[in-house]
Structure formats: structure tokens, C-alpha cells
Design a protein around this ligand. Structure first.
Ligand code: MRU
Length: 341
């Protein structure tokens, strides 16, 4: 059985995170009892994936509230500095902040309410992913062959997954889904985490290195490319794991529909387009070495953006819990967000 990405233990309290840095070699957990421990776990990618980061951050605020409600603002500030691209982090912190302000103003600030909000964000995520899956699976034929990039599965969320949730829902609808998983240089989320998650779940999964996807499309009937997202701008431009953009270009060239599967909380209405999405740059050491072995000559420069931006024009549809948005996105995204407001 697939281990849970994160579990909350009210007694203590403690947030238990599956250590995703070690999958598949080791299944072990990291216990966080302070907001600082949660912040470090997000930074060092013990927990990763946009929705999972948001849920972890919400629990980080709950841990601060348990210590002292006075620590909540500092916790929100610290957690907001951990990773810049996935907007779900800021969305979850914003929700916690609004509740904090409300409770504080009314003099009713108490740990129990802060904890309840974090639990709500956690539970909602699984429900949302199932709805994304239900809409997304309708886009796939009875016998589907798909490509995905990075890990947008149960392990990147509170459970079920977004892109991988679509594959799960298709299977639940009686379809067969053969998945090609991009290995996803440099952190190898596809090779290590997606292939682990899907094979544990009995899927037919084949790992390819990122550079093979275009050639695969030229030789094999691919029905769809589906990935998750870290931030969707108001015009539909979408940031996701580095390599997604190249995959979308290859899909366009081969007339393969390229879909994004993401919760509405991944849409940033304050971000007009992809140019305004902050892109995390990580240490060059992630490129310099593979499996601990240094592969580059000493002193060679490295550029290591963790995400790229796929222009809206390459995206055939954005699968959300409220349905599938199709281009042109402009007004639909605005209306969807206004409808939810
Ligand atoms: O750097 P990561 O592993 O946090 O990046 C994860 C991704 O890019 C995922 O595709 C994205 O967060 C969507 S997860 C449902």
C-alpha cells in the first residue's frame, strides 16, 4: 500500500511527513513538532508537490499555534519564505492568516480552531483531486497511453493526485491506462516517485528520460500528456516542473493534447501571465552530481531553474475540480475565480 504523504497526529501534536527524498530506496518518515521543522522539510523537499506543500504549511501554522498563538505571524512569514513558485503554499498560508486575523480580532483565538482549519485544507485536497480525476478521465479513450512529467500524484498532494488522479479515475471507470513517466532531471521525481507510486498501485508504467519524450511521440500513439501545475497565471500560462514546457512543445508538434490537472487553488489571479511567475532556482549541485557522483568538470557553470512556464497556447485544457477549462482561457479563469469568491 502507498504510504501517506503526510499525517497529522493531534496528540503531541506532530506532523509526520513521508521522506520523499529517499523513495523508492527507503520508506521513512520525518516528524515535525515545530513550524521551523516544517519549513526546513519544505525547503529540503522532504515534502514536495504544490498541494502537499500547502497542506504541510497549514499544519506548520497549527504547530506554531500550539506553542503560542503569538507565534502565528512569525510562522506564516517563515513558511512563506520556503519555496517561491507553488502558489498553493501562499494560498494555504493566506487562509490561515485570514482565520488568525478574524479570531484575534474577536478575542476568540484558540489552537483548536487553527488546527481545525489546517485539517480542513488537508481533507478538502483529497476531495478536490477526486473531482479533478472525474472530469479528466472523460478526456481519455478506453485504452489510453499517456505521458506525465515529475510527480503530480498522491505523493504530491494529500492523496489520489491531480494528473495521476486522472489516471486513477480512468481506471475506476473501467479504462486501461499505460503511463510513460518522464524521469524529470535533476531531482528525478518521475523516475523515483511517479514510477514508485504507479507501480505500487498496479499501473503499467514505463520510465523514459526527459529527452526521449519527443521521439516516443513520433513512434507511439500517445493519447494525451497530462501534468500537474505549481502556479497558473490568469491568462492560463502555467508553471510546472522544469521540462514541462519542452514536453508541451513536443506534444503540439505531434498533435497530442497537452493537459494541466490542478486545483483552483493553483490559479493565481494576481499574476497576469507567465512572465510574472517567480521561478525557483536551486543549487547547481543538483546538476553537478548524479547519485552522489560529480559528473561535471570543476568550475563549470550550471543554471538550475526548478520550474518552467508553458504558454497557455500550448495547453489544450486545464482540468480543475469545477470542470475543464479550454482555450482561450482569459475570461473563463476570471469567471471561475469570481464564481468561487
Ligand atoms: O519541486 P517539486 O517536486 O515540488 O515539483 C512538483 C511539481 O512540479 C508538480 O508537478 C506540481 O507541484 C504539481 S503536484 C500535484
Amino acid at each position: 500500500m502507498l504510504p501517506a504523504t503526510l499525517t497529522w497526529h493531534g496528540e503531541g501534536p506532530c506532523l509526520r511527513l513521508l521522506d520523499q527524498r529517499l523513495i523508492p530506496a527507503e520508506i521513512s518518515f520525518v516528524d515535525c513538532r515545530t513550524f521551523e521543522e516544517v519549513a526546513i522539510a519544505i525547503e529540503n523537499m522532504t515534502v514536495r508537490g504544490a498541494p502537499a506543500i500547502g497542506v504541510a504549511a497549514a499544519y506548520g501554522v497549527a504547530l506554531a499555534a500550539n506553542e503560542s498563538p503569538d507565534l502565528i505571524p512569525a510562522a506564516i512569514e517563515r513558511l512563506s519564505k520556503t519555496r517561491p513558485t507553488a502558489v498553493n503554499l501562499f494560498w494555504a498560508l493566506d487562509r490561515m492568516e485570514r482565520l488568525y486575523q478574524k479570531l484575534n480580532a474577536s478575542g476568540a483565538l484558540a489552537y483548536v480552531q487553527i488546527e481545525a482549519e489546517a485539517k480542513k485544507i488537508h481533507e478538502e485536497d483529497v476531495r478536490i483531486n477526486r473531482a479533478i480525476g472525474a472530469y479528466g478521465q472523460a478526456l481519455l479513450p478506453m485504452q489510453a497511453t499517456v505521458i506525465t512529467h515529475c510527480n503530480a500524484g498522491a505523493l504530491a498532494t494529500a492523496g489520489y493526485g491531480t494528473a495521476l488522479g486522472v489516471f486513477r479515475a480512468a481506471r475506476e471507470a473501467g479504462k486501461t491506462v499505460k503511463v510513460y513517466a518522464d524521469e524529470t532531471r535533476p531531482r528525478l521525481q518521475g523516475g523515483k516517485i511517479t514510477s514508485f507510486e504507479l507501480s505500487q498501485d498496479g499501473f503499467d508504467v514505463t520510465v523514459i528520460s526527459d529527452s526521449m519524450a519527443a521521439f516516443l511521440m513520433s513512434r507511439t500513439q500517445i493519447d494525451a500528456v497530462i501534468t500537474g501545475a505549481d502556479r497558473i497565471a490568469a491568462n492560463g500560462d502555467t508553471a510546472n516542473k522544469i521540462g514541462t514546457y519542452a514536453l508541451a512543445i513536443a506534444a503540439k508538434h505531434h498533435s497530442v493534447p497537452f493537459y494541466i490537472a490542478a486545483p483552483i487553488s493553483t490559479i493565481d489571479k494576481n499574476c497576469p501571465d507567465g512572465k510574472h511567475i517567480p521561478i525557483e532556482e536551486r543549487s547547481g549541485d543538483e546538476i553537478r552530481a548524479i547519485g552522489g557522483e560529480v559528473i561535471l568538470p570543476q568550475g563549470v557553470n550550471v543554471w538550475n531553474p526548478a520550474f518552467d512556464v508553458t504558454p497557455a497556447g500550448l495547453i489544450a485544457g486545464i482540468i480543475t475540480e469545477a470542470g475543464v477549462l479550454v482555450p482561450p482561457y482569459g475570461n473563463q479563469i476570471k469567471e471561475l475565480l469570481e464564481g468561487r469568491a
